[in-house]
Ligand binder design. Structure first.
Ligand code: 13P
Length: 258
């Protein structure tokens, strides 16, 4: 296993991915309770469905919790019915945008290059793309985990060149998403170290980049995961929908880094 990192050089980050969940009332209650549970010892953000961004921005402005979207178009503007541009997201002060989530790769046939193009346009508008990579169960069982995540990240590295240091990377093994089958801290760390080494070959700032783990992160496994040297926080699906659960995961950051 490659371990090119010394811990304690990066801030932790926990991001909630609400996916296609919520309602205006439920979101207001969730954000209110989350605010009451903070502040947290690290960075926190929520990625909401597009129609809720105005509400979320209003609820969170002035707080320490940032917000973002779950996808964006790779185009600036034009005849792309149903798509949402990064310029629009910037109008709602989104700090982050997820790109290449496995659900988009699988259900919307997003290619590695499209994901890289989305990351590029996000950066051009001042948003931080959270680039998701991860293998399926079949790929893991075939011993292809490393090759798959490297291929996915490589497209982004080539497209962004020296700007790669400005992205957040999220390792989300597909078999761990929404399944309650979390990668063990050792399994996750092994892949994070591979990703860190790949980044290190591309940028001298790799040590400062945040690499998040996602896939069935819960309050009771977060501390162990976040304690790994190359795991800098998490991308949280189901557990981000309940304020108490999400806040407990956010608090797990505080106990793992100086
Ligand atoms: P779960 O936390 O529900 O497994 O989802 C992870 C995820 O896909 C976050 O983007």
């Amino acid at each position: 296993m490659v371990n090119v990192t010394t811990a304690h050089t990066r801030r932790n980050l926990v991001v909630g991915n609400w996916k296609m969940n919520g309602s205006r009332a439920a979101n207001a209650a969730l954000l209110n309770d989350l605010h009451a549970a903070g502040p947290f010892n690290g960075d926190v953000a929520v990625c909401a469905p597009f129609p809720y961004l105005a509400d979320v921005a209003l609820a969170l402005q002035g707080s320490r919790v940032a917000w973002g979207a779950q996808d964006c178009s790779a185009h600036e503007s034009g005849a792309y019915t149903g798509e949402v541009s990064v310029g629009m997201l910037a109008e709602f002060a989104c700090r982050y945008v997820l790109v290449g989530h496995s659900e988009r790769r699988a259900m919307h046939a997003e290619t590695d290059q499209l994901v890289a193009d989305k990351a590029k346009i996000a950066l051009a508008h001042g948003l931080t793309p959270i680039v998701c990579v991860g293998e399926t169960l079949a790929e893991r069982e075939a011993g292809q985990t490393e090759a798959v995540v490297k291929r996915q990240l490589s497209a982004v590295i080539h497209t962004l060149a020296h700007c790669i240091s400005q992205v957040v990377v999220a390792y989300e093994p597909v078999w761990a998403i929404g399944t309650s089958k979390t990668a063990s801290p050792e399994q996750a760390q092994a892949v994070h170290a591979v990703l860190r080494a790949q980044l290190q070959a591309a940028t001298e700032k790799a040590q400062h980049m945040q690499i998040l783990y996602g896939g069935s992160v819960k309050a009771d496994n977060a501390v162990q995961l976040f304690s790994q040297p190359d795991i800098d926080g998490g991308l949280i699906g189901g557990a981000s929908l309940k304020a108490a659960d999400f806040a407990a995961i956010c608090k797990a950051m505080g106990s793992t880094r100086a």
